[in-house]
Design a protein around this ligand. Structure first.
Ligand SMILES: [Zn+2]
Ligand SMILES: [Zn+2]
Length: 331
């Protein structure tokens, strides 16, 4: 099979011909149709997440079709379409797994990081961590739901019930969260890179009541803010935008250092929290909700071999919505 492989931090991915993987016990072999590109993939290739399997096939937002099933597989059959998210395996026995917090599992394995992922024509996955995909979505439209959607949804839940919601960084996750938030009758205040008029326009098109630069304060105090951009300086900035009792949710897996700030910015029961990974329950809930909203994703597709170009354009803020790799050009 063709695959794009990561070998060393700071290097571009290399197109390789590899033997297709085989489905082990409890696993499905998936013919990959689409795999979305996530900012986390950049953190891996840049070496900011520094414990990848090597060499690695990145990609944790996979949509594909079951081509082979391993021993004991009972949730899917040949030909079924499914999605594979970031959480690829958990131990089921640690204190986190046993208390409904498998996202924090001590031994968790992650698709496209500690397990091979979907920047390839085939991938294997543990059937227990795969999701059925609503028919409402095409393969490419569904791919960003697997991480941008799921992690975005978990971040939104963490943000609480407040009506006025700030979103910092208007990329793949934000464009999905904004639609869910609007469906929940919230007001969205969108913050993007200074000078990024395209992002502001995109945010307004998705129903944001206000769109401005991340260095500005919004016209009203916010009940909560979600930060998707990997910039630590946004944490005190977002806290300053909050009303009393408000929450800042950091939705990314990596962020630059958070600068120090006066305690008064946090006082009045404001809080800061992070979101890590996802649980299967998040996935089931979000995938049931998405077609009802309905969440519509905006995608830019690239052939598999152009993964480096997709990553480059994501880094430079040139993707509106989500980048998705497609493996079958006849589609
Ligand atoms: Zn991701
Ligand atoms: Zn565990």
């Amino acid at each position: 099979m063709r695959a794009m492989i990561f070998e060393k931090a700071g290097q571009v991915l290399r197109l390789a011909e590899l033997p297709s993987p085989e489905a082990g016990a409890g696993q499905v072999l998936i013919r990959v149709r689409a795999c979305a590109v996530c900012r986390t993939d950049l953190h891996i290739t840049d070496g900011e997440l520094n414990q990848p399997k090597l060499p690695l096939i990145p990609g944790h937002e996979i949509i594909g079709v079951v081509e082979e099933i391993g021993k004991g597989v009972n949730r899917f059959k040949l030909g079924d379409r499914l999605g594979v998210p970031w959480l690829g395996w958990t131990c089921g026995a640690c204190e986190f797994c046993l208390s409904g917090r498998e996202n924090l599992c001590n031994q968790a394995r992650f698709t496209g990081y500690t397990l091979d992922g979907g920047y390839a024509e085939y991938a294997v996955a543990d059937q227990r961590f795969c999701f059925a995909i609503p028919d409402f979505y095409s393969d490419t439209d569904a791919a960003p739901l697997m991480c941008a959607g799921l992690i975005g949804y978990r971040s939104l839940v963490k943000a609480g019930e407040g009506k006025r919601l700030g979103i910092y960084g208007f990329g793949a996750a934000a464009h999905i969260v904004a639609q869910v938030a609007k469906y929940q009758n919230r007001e969205i205040y969108a913050f993007s890179r200074p000078g990024d008029e395209k992002a502001k326009k995109f945010a307004r098109g998705l129903g944001a009541v206000w769109a401005g630069s991340s260095s500005e304060l919004p016209p009203v105090k916010l009940d909560a803010a979600i930060i998707f951009a990997p910039l630590g300086e946004l944490v005190p900035q977002a806290l300053r935008a909050l009303n009393k009792g408000g929450t800042v949710v950091c939705g990314g897996i990596h962020m630059s250092d958070i600068p120090s700030f006066p305690y008064s910015v946090l006082w009045q029961e404001r809080s800061v929290c992070s979101v890590a990974n996802l649980t299967r329950r998040d996935g089931e809930q979000f995938l049931a909700l998405a077609p009802r909203v309905p969440v519509r994703t905006q995608v830019v597709t690239f052939p598999l071999e152009e993964a480096n170009e997709a990553l480059h354009r994501l880094r430079s803020g040139k993707i509106t919505g989500a980048a998705v790799l497609v493996t079958d050009r006849s589609r």
